[in-house]
Design a protein. Sequence first.
Length: 289
Amino acid sequence: MSMVLFDVPGPKANARHKIMAVIGIAAVLAALVYVVMRFIATDQFSSRRLDWINYKQIQLSLVDAIGNTLSAFAVGAVLALAFGAIFAAARLSDHAWLRVPAAVIVEVFRAIPLVIMMFFFYYGLPVAGVKLSAFTAVVISLMLYNGSVLAEIFRAGINSLPKGQSEAAYALGMRKTQVMTFVLLPQALRAMLPTIISQLVVLLKDTALGFLITYEELLRWGTRIGGDAVNFGRPIISVMIVVAAIYIGLCLLLTWLATYLEKRNRRNKKVIHTDDVEKPVLMDASAAG
């Protein structure tokens, strides 16, 4: 049996794939064990390596760094969602003068690496006399890059709906704006929600690139504290473990939110149970007469 793009593997191929999977997992585990053993050998997990976290000033600066990260994420996420919705609607427009420029903007900003945009807005614009703060440069870059990706997600989600949905709405006399707002978007959002949340997780991790333009977010805080040889003896490993744990926790919260919203949407769907539908009463011929 063959598929369109590849042949379905047979028993020998399945056995070979399983062996390769076991070898790959074993290699990854061996590498992790080696790294952990090296950390233990160099005394990276001792309690004295975590003495830095007992200082009140460091704790306060950590809270500030988390706040800066969440601030950039929150503003960037809202602007990216708005950017994506507007340009997705423009790309779905029947007017070429609106659809073509929107397509060009989305493709351009989706292709430019995020780091280049941050460097351009923070270091490039001052050459032209426009000076932006690090926070503004980070937020604008997050909006343009992730908003362009979200625009394609929105457009694909709406185009994936059956054509009959919009045709039925047009047959009822609804305008295109009404069809998009009341018919297509509510259905598409349910299907797009996991992908949207996944992109927001990417946006949250992208805020870490702000340390390259001196934005005081979580990663920059970690490199500054971890490299302090005078007071703490460069506890870079322990600091980065803490930073990684915080990022993992924030991403897991977003994933939990996506799962919660998906389950809630399922509960809110209107389902007509067959038991609630009145059964038709059949009359025999004699009764009818």
